[in-house]
Ligand binder design. Structure first.
Ligand code: IMP
Length: 195
């Protein structure tokens, strides 16, 4: 069976392929020749993930899934959330995005935040959602140079290292994305091997 992942990020596709049965082959948009940019203009992570998976489904009528991730900061009413990539402008500049967060939280003591990933899967013409969350805090300064995005300012709960100070395999074990992917993978494993 083939399952299309609405992404052009091969690294993300490989991460998922490692967790699901080999009899389910994960294809990227490039693999299936979908080159246009997918619409992603909803105001929730669920809405965006769903919009992308439905778009691909209605173009190809094949099983597919899409994800969307955001950093939700309590003191900012859940922002940047769906706007995480472009928080400081269309340049999608991670340094500028982090600087904007740090500035907005300058005099704020409540630094609770979470990364949340939502996956929308369309299988047998039905839609299913999977969510992965990692709770944590926003630091007052950047720490570490691994990872991407907001990793240097995010301290996951129970850790003394930011995401940007962790080796990739350590981050991957606990991250929002891997938690959502594991739920998707469990579902697909059961789907593939009903008992
Ligand atoms: P996407 O939905 O995976 O493209 O993520 C949207 C945006 O959220 C990214 O451009 C990053 O700014 C941020 N983001 C997503 N995942 C992570 C992460 O694991 N670490 C840090 N930032 C992230």
């Amino acid at each position: 069976m083939e399952l299309i992942f609405a992404t052009n990020n091969r690294h993300k596709a490989e991460e998922i392929q490692r967790l699901i049965p080999r009899s389910i082959r994960v294809l990227t948009l490039e693999d299936v020749g979908l080159t246009e940019e997918l619409p992603e203009d909803q105001d929730t992570l669920e809405g965006n993930a769903s919009q992308k998976s439905r778009y691909v489904y209605h173009r190809l009528y094949r099983s597919c899934f899409a994800d969307d991730t955001g950093l939700e900061i309590d003191a900012l009413g859940g922002k940047p959330g769906v706007f995480s990539a472009r928080y400081a402008g269309d340049g999608k500049d991670p340094e500028a995005n982090m600087d904007k967060v740090l500035k907005k939280l300058k005099d704020e003591d409540n630094r609770r935040a979470r990364f949340r990933t939502v996956i929308s899967l369309i299988l047998d013409e039905k839609e299913f959602f999977f969510e992965g969350v990692v709770e944590g805090h926003i630091l007052r300064e950047k720490r570490g140079d691994q990872g991407f995005g907001y990793d240097p300012i995010f301290l996951p709960e129970g850790s003394s290292l930011t995401f940007a100070q962790m080796p990739m395999n350590m981050k991957n074990r606990i991250s929002h994305r891997s938690r959502a992917i594991k739920k998707l993978a469990n579902y697909l494993n059961q789907y593939n091997n009903p008992s």
